[in-house]
Ligand binder design. Structure first.
Ligand code: NOJ
Length: 553
């Protein structure tokens, strides 16, 4: 096998599988995924043919935001296992020839973190308080928040504390849930601490780090009001002087992190979660002395429309090419509605992230057909790709989770108007005809932390294995061909279709073409030697609607 671990700059064209740990596989029977479950299921990932895994946060956490509220960056939550389990996992991942990326959350800690507890206990003016962003309130008796910033999950971004002596105190900033106080990145101790945390994990052999909210660490001096600006992750960063998103000063922090990563024999790598406006802004995070890659959310949010997709592919490649960084391509993750469901409805003109951007009931057959074509399109593009667990099974968004089971803080913070992200976080189905579909070990009684739909019995790994028409076999074959084809992975592409055509055709050297048909009618294929792979059956040599094909000269 062409082991990913033997290649340099492996990250330039890696296929990286996102493990949302609490929903991947449960090893101890408590209904929540854990490291033991992941270890047991590693052969699935090795067999799928991915190069690396990215694991969502596994640290001790009260789980107010699925573990993105970290109480200790150097340990593992007992829900998931122990540090020894993490080390064993890492060794096994490496044994399979794969790499491991972990998730670091530097914008905020949990309120349960020792630093925040000390900040509360040690009172005004203490060094402990300097590590967070405390400010006096406005208005009579400081009863109003210090400014108009909004939490991404809804409501004000400020919460008022009570001092140890019982008197009303200042407010602290939390761009996310109140249980996630923002750190003060102007404080040298905060900077030193995170470089030390990086070393802690890199020393153990972790190959890379995904940086949560990379665009949010630095806030504008004086914390000015947003005014008419939007605080949302997406809209926020269109201007360069947004008070808390995508500020220029953030880059200096990541240059320091790069220096840490480069001290290792095989340099460790970074991928930024940075929601920025234009691709040129994203490219600033991946300049040669900074981070290696960043998620391409513009691609993720693009509707299933040929002109929009072509435009985002071109703008991504051009902006990232300017700084010699590879593009990443991502269709789904744990924060957005699964793409089978996004593509299952009439497609809007503008960006498409949540199902509320869409109208009408889902046609899941249509969504699945498009998702299959999207997989071939995505895996043929130059650069690296991220797969979100379950997309290889064709899982759809679970849109009807009972309200009393919803766990995403968005649900309550939005006043029960936004159901949040639980629908894409439902535990994976592995085998069998009824829930928990092998997610938990046989005989365990605990319910899965979110209920699985009965209909997933046809989408289990066992049901799809060996079925040539399944999503799983399509992904396996696509990843096998991608490894074998010299044209695929890092590099460039050349369009062969017209910009306004409903057929996307691009060429990659040597001798490879990807064709995707977005029209209602079957399309003739360009001249070719062999069909390497198709996302659905061809009809009399023609490419049906919403179908993609890989051709060899
Ligand atoms: C981005 C993560 O992907 C998301 O799940 C989390 O809620 C926020 N960052 C806050 O950490």
């Amino acid at each position: 096998m062409d082991s990913a671990r033997t290649r340099t700059s492996w990250w330039r064209d890696a296929v990286i599988y996102q493990v949302y740990l609490r929903s991947f596989a449960d090893g101890n029977g408590d209904g929540t995924g854990d490291i033991a479950g992941l270890r047991r299921r590693l052969p699935h990932l090795a067999g799928l043919g991915v190069d690396a895994l990215w694991i969502t946060p596994w640290y001790p956490s009260p789980m107010a935001d699925g573990g993105y509220d970290v109480a200790d960056y150097r340990d593992i939550d007992p829900l998931f296992g122990t540090l020894d389990d993490a080390q064993a996992l890492l060794d096994e991942v490496h044994g399979h020839g794969m790499r491991l990326i972990i998730d670091i959350v530097p914008n905020h800690t949990s309120t349960a973190h020792a630093w925040f507890r000390r900040a509360l206990a040690e009172g005004p003016g203490s060094a402990a308080r300097e590590r967070y962003i405390f400010r006096p309130g406005r208005g009579p008796r400081g009863a109003e928040p210090p400014n108009d910033w909004r939490s991404v999950f809804g409501g004000s971004a400020w919460t008022r504390i009570t001092e140890p002596d019982g008197s009303p105190g200042p407010w602290y900033l939390h761009l996310f849930a109140p249980e996630q106080p923002d750190l003060n990145w102007d404080d040298p101790q905060v900077r030193a601490e995170f470089e030390s945390v990086l070393r802690f994990w890199f020393d153990r052999g972790v190959d890379g780090v995904r940086i949560d909210v990379a665009h949010g660490l630095v806030k504008a001096p004086g914390l000015p009001d947003l005014g008419s600006l939007d605080g949302k992750l997406l809209e926020g960063a269109h201007r360069e002087d947004h008070p808390h998103w995508d500020r220029e000063e953030v880059h200096e922090i990541f240059q320091g992190w790069r220096a840490v990563a480069d001290t290792y024999d095989e340099p460790r790598v970074f991928v930024a979660e940075a929601w920025t406006g234009a691709p040129e802004r994203l490219a600033r995070y991946v300049r040669p002395d900074e981070l290696h890659t960043a998620f391409n959310f513009d691609y993720l949010m693009t509707p299933w429309r040929p002109d929009r997709l072509r435009r985002v592919i071109d703008s991504s490649l051009s902006a990232l090419g300017q700084v010699a960084a590879p593009a990443t391509w991502v269709l789904s993750n744990h924060d957005v509605a699964r793409h089978v469901s996004r593509y299952a409805r009439p497609q809007p003109e503008g960006p498409l992230r949540s199902l509320s951007d869409l109208k009408g009931p889902a046609d899941l057959d249509l969504g699945t057909r498009r998702a299959r074509a999207a997989a071939l399109l995505t895996l043929a593009l130059p650069g690296s790709a991220y797969l979100y667990q379950g997309e290889e099974l064709g899982l759809w968004e679970v849109e009807d989770l009972p309200e009393d089971l919803l766990q995403d803080p968005t649900w309550l913070r939005s006043g029960r108007t936004d159901r949040g992200r639980d629908g894409c976080r439902v535990p994976l189905p592995w085998q069998g005809d009824t829930p928990p579909f092998g997610f938990s070990p046989e005989g365990s009684r605990a319910r899965t932390w979110l209920p699985q739909p009965e209909a997933w019995k046809s989408l289990t790994v066992a049901a799809e294995e060996g079925d040539p028409s399944s999503m799983l076999e399509l992904y396996r074959e696509a990843l096998r061909v991608r490894r074998a084809e010299p044209a695929l992975g890092d590099g460039t592409l050349a369009w062969e279709s017209d910009p306004d055509s409903t057929l996307l055709v691009f060429r990659r050297a040597p001798g490879f073409r990807c064709v995707v048909n977005f029209s209602e009618e079957p399309a003739a294929l360009p001249e070719h030697g062999t069909v390497l792979l198709a996302s659905g059956p061809l009809h009399e040599g023609r490419l049906p609607s919403d179908t993609a094909v890989w051709l060899k000269d």
